[in-house]
Write a protein that binds this ligand. Structure first.
Ligand SMILES: [Zn+2]
Length: 597
């Protein structure tokens, strides 16, 4: 009997190989700088994960690092798939929900799959470096990461198991208004799970094969004779209406579905019925609304090598940035340009196009977060050269033709004999494998920098002075030692979160006040609840348009500016007590306390 039990336990262990913690024999390698020496969770960062792969990595991280990681499903997609979310924070230092939070998501657009790997890499890196690196350890003590590797699992499933998905998720829609739904999408005619281009021999065509690389089609000069015509993307007229591929699955824009500066489809194409039509975005909205500590966020897209910032509408409408927020968002974004070479900080409405109802705008406008959206991958990364973006040359010299489907003859029911071929779906907008890990690290580093710059509050300089009549004056300074304020301009304007509260404990409070100018003894008394002073905002050290130093404080780089705007002085008159505890509580700024001597 005993032996039978042991045997069955052993069998179970072998049946579930992913549970194993798979550190390698430490004698086999030597640590490279900045990467974990011997990850407990082995992951190759040169490939794209399926939904199952994402769940596997999330669960392995949660099992290997129970004190750092929790995994949960925050909701289901249109087709019923889980939307996984990782909470990464040092659970032993403080409840993760009480620390300033940083949100990361990826893949809202189905074909923009590598945001998922950037998000997963960030979670993995934080966990695997926690025991090796003091900076990461401290960061997870102070901050919480909320990481949703994909908020569009249906689109991802389509990409990894079928052909090229629509930009959207997969809720069925009648794109050509013929009363039928998704009846004429693209067709994978040769069964390679790709969607290729179609070319047909035609002496009057406008294209020839490039003599230098015959895979490339080039347009002939006016008056010259061509050899081919290009007939668009692989597919047939499934519903016999004389149009090809006019009603594929989905086709709306998930990033026009958010309830801030939202406009209907006739103003903002891609918008659906009403804000938050889709369950994926409802799930994220409900999570973020319940986690008010989320103070900054990143939503990964592709492509173009951009660090996008708001506003997305000229003049911003309800989203208009205050000068203080401008300063912070530009300062962090400029550092991002250094962290991720080839990526440029751009403002959406001015440098790209107008977006109504985007996720980024909702996160800033309605939730009061400091937000960026990185457009991942830029042709610059091919040759580290902004003047050469030749994909054919890159594929030839570095990928050895792996990203190109050679032209091949097939019989098309409408066009007759044609050839199909072209670049694979995993090239052009997404990273080739060998560049994926490097860019994942850089983008993770940008997220880490953002999270670091979320508020960090400290209570300092507590002074107790004896007054006449047994009264005492207790004063203290609350300082935010990071760039991001506890409240963005929009947070203050719309009262998204309550003010920051500063409490005093010990003795009974006669009066409480905010000291506006200590030298001139100008104070603002708070008559109601003086033991709990209300501070509307504690700016960061770059806030209020000060001339503070660049990058000050981050790993000892730079220097602090001379400004004192990131400090708030408070004072109480109390009776009784001997030791006083001053405690600050901020929804987005976290908590801190200190005691008098
Ligand atoms: Zn996108």
């Amino acid at each position: 009997m005993k032996r039978a039990i042991i045997t069955s336990i052993t069998a179970c262990l072998f049946l579930i190989p992913s549970i194993r913690v798979q550190s390698q024999n430490a004698e086999l390698f030597y640590k490279a700088a900045g990467s974990p020496a011997n990850p407990k969770v082995q992951v190759s960062w040169n490939k794209y994960n399926t939904n199952q792969g994402i769940a596997d990595i999330c669960n392995r991280l949660a099992r290997a690092y129970p004190d750092l990681v929790s995994v949960e499903s925050i909701g289901k997609s249109v087709q019923g798939r889980d939307i996984w979310l990782l909470t990464v924070s040092d659970k032993k230092t403080m409840d993760p929900g009480l620390k300033p939070g940083y949100w990361i998501d990826g893949n809202i657009h189905s074909i923009e799959i590598q945001g998922t790997e950037m998000a997963l890499y960030t979670a993995w890196y934080l966990c695997e470096m926690y025991n090796e690196n003091d900076f990461i350890k401290k960061l997870l003590g102070e901050k919480t990461f909320y990481i949703a590797p994909t908020i569009n699992p249906d689109g991802r499933e389509y990409f990894t198991s079928m052909t090229i998905p629509p930009r959207s998720g997969l809720a069925p829609r009648d794109n050509d208004r013929d009363g039928l739904i998704d009846e004429d999408g693209a067709d994978d005619m040769n069964g390679d799970k790709q969607l290729s281009q179609i070319r047909r021999k035609n002496p009057n065509g406008q294209f020839i094969a490039d003599p230098k690389d015959p895979r490339r089609m080039i347009r002939v000069e006016p008056g010259q004779k061509g050899e081919y015509e290009i007939l668009g993307s692989e597919g047939i007229d499934n519903d016999g209406d004389g149009q090809i591929n006019e009603d594929g699955p989905g086709s709306y824009d998930g990033n026009r579905d958010w309830g801030f500066n939202w406009e209907p489809n006739y103003i903002q194409s891609g918008a659906d019925k009403y804000p938050f039509t889709f369950p994926e975005h409802q799930a994220m909205r409900d999570f973020v609304v319940k986690h008010r500590n989320i103070a900054g966020s990143q939503s990964f897209h592709n492509s173009g090598g951009m660090i996008l910032r708001g506003p997305s509408i000229q003049s911003g409408y309800a989203e208009v940035f205050t000068r203080a927020d401008e300063t912070v968002i530009n300062e962090i974004g400029k550092t991002g340009e250094k962290i991720i070479p080839g990526y440029k900080l751009l403002t959406i409405w001015r440098d790209l196009y107008t977006v109504w109802g985007g996720e980024l705008d909702w996160m800033y406008g309605a939730m009061g977060c400091f937000v960026y959206s990185n457009e991942l991958w830029t042709p610059y990364l091919m040759f580290n050269d902004s003047t050469n973006s030749d994909q054919y040359e890159f594929d030839r010299l570095l990928l050895f033709g792996d990203a190109f489907i050679p032209w091949q003859k097939i019989n098309h029911p409408l066009y007759g004999e044609v050839e199909i071929g072209g670049f694979t779906k995993n090239f052009g907008r997404t990273h080739p494998g060998f560049l994926l890990e490097a860019d994942a690290h850089r983008n993770a580093a940008f997220c880490i920098y953002n999270a670091y710059q979320l508020p960090k509050l400290e209570v300092r300089d507590i002074r107790v002075k004896n007054l006449s009549g047994g009264l005492k004056e207790v004063s203290a300074t609350i300082e935010n030692t990071r760039m991001i304020p506890t409240h963005s301009g929009n947070n203050l304007r719309y009262k998204i979160d309550p003010p920051d509260y500063v409490y005093i404990e010990g003795g009974s409070v006669i009066a409480g006040m905010i000291v506006e100018n200590a030298d001139l003894n100008i104070t603002r008394e708070q008559k109601k609840n003086p033991q709990r002073l209300e501070i509307p905002n504690i700016p960061g050290y770059l806030g209020s348009g000060t001339t503070g130093g660049f990058g000050g404080g981050f790993m000892g780089g730079g220097s602090f500016g001379g400004s004192s705007s990131n400090r708030v002085n408070v004072k109480w008159i109390v009776k009784g007590g001997s030791k006083y505890t001053i405690r600050v509580e901020s929804v987005k700024g976290g908590r801190a306390s200190a005691q008098s001597e």
